[in-house]
Ligand binder design. Sequence first.
Ligand SMILES: Cc1cc2nc3c(=O)[nH]c(=O)nc-3n(C[C@H](O)[C@H](O)[C@H](O)COP(=O)(O)OP(=O)(O)OC[C@H]3O[C@@H](n4cnc5c(N)ncnc54)[C@H](O)[C@@H]3O)c2cc1C
Length: 286
Amino acid sequence: MQFQKNILLKNYTTFKIGGPAKYFCAIKDKEELVEAIAFAKKGQLPFFVLGGGSNLLVSDKGFKGLVLKIQDLRLRIKDSTIYAGAGASLTELVNAAANAGLSGMEWAAGIPGATVGGAIRGNAGAFEVEMKDIVRKVEAFDANDLRFKIYDLRDCGFSYRSSIFKKNPNLIIISAELNLKKNNKRKVREKMKEILNYRMDKHPKFPSAGSIFKNFENIRARDLIEKAGLKGKKIGGAQISDQHANFIINTGRAKAKDVLALIDLAKKEVKNKLGVAIEEEIQILS
Ligand SMILES: Cc1cc2nc3c(=O)[nH]c(=O)nc-3n(C[C@H](O)[C@H](O)[C@H](O)COP(=O)(O)OP(=O)(O)OC[C@H]3O[C@@H](n4cnc5c(N)ncnc54)[C@H](O)[C@@H]3O)c2cc1C
């Protein structure tokens, strides 16, 4: 397999921000994953697992290790079960489910870039549905003891935007079995369209990583940021969206340092003015 050098990570994130990875490889199957981890261990390199880069801010200096881009794109449907490779795109999953008359993934319509692996790891969700509601089994490789393991739903440790895979970065998700519900195709498509229209209307059109901060049960981070008077605030090429205050957008030439400065400002201002400590939902790679 090929280990490429000095690959610009901005091209692999929806934020379109970030410096180079020292080494970069695409992983299509289990054998390649084992080989890549052996390469990292031999060279004493840290590794980072990259899905669609849609929840990620990569530092301007990049990453001095090995980036593993998960590219197992398989999607197979049998009855109401979908078998998905970790690199399969959520958008394709949403479309495949709709075409098969399966309900449960409509909430993810219109999320750009995301993969099944990244979504499971962060227990992604919206409109009161989360990955935990459809995951039945996950297969992961443990880069610590070099074994492949199967996790049933109850072993996945899902909670709001978290899972056992997030808590243990040695666990690399390779595939999943998802359990959806049979429904009328037209109804699934209508729900999808409704969600797609909502996102088109409410989400900014500029490059971003979606919501920067986690919400609380009864308070949305976007309302706190707005109340702190930060809507539209700009630093360098990054801006707190004036359309959705939990989005930071890349207006063209944003650097990671600009986004980090806005994150820092939002945390300080929300804490000082409203007494609430907000916490990042996005992952930061440096
Ligand atoms: C416009 C927009 C709207 C969005 N809306 C939503 C929303 O409604 N709800 C929501 O929850 N999120 C939303 N997001 C955020 C994002 O799409 C999700 O968090 C998504 O699940 C991240 O998946 P990814 O493949 O892009 O992960 P990446 O960004 O590539 O990675 C995120 C983290 O997951 C890890 N990871 C990725 N793949 C694997 C794997 N196979 N095994 C182990 N770890 C892995 C990475 O190491 C990293 O730490 C939105 C993003 C955008 C840009």
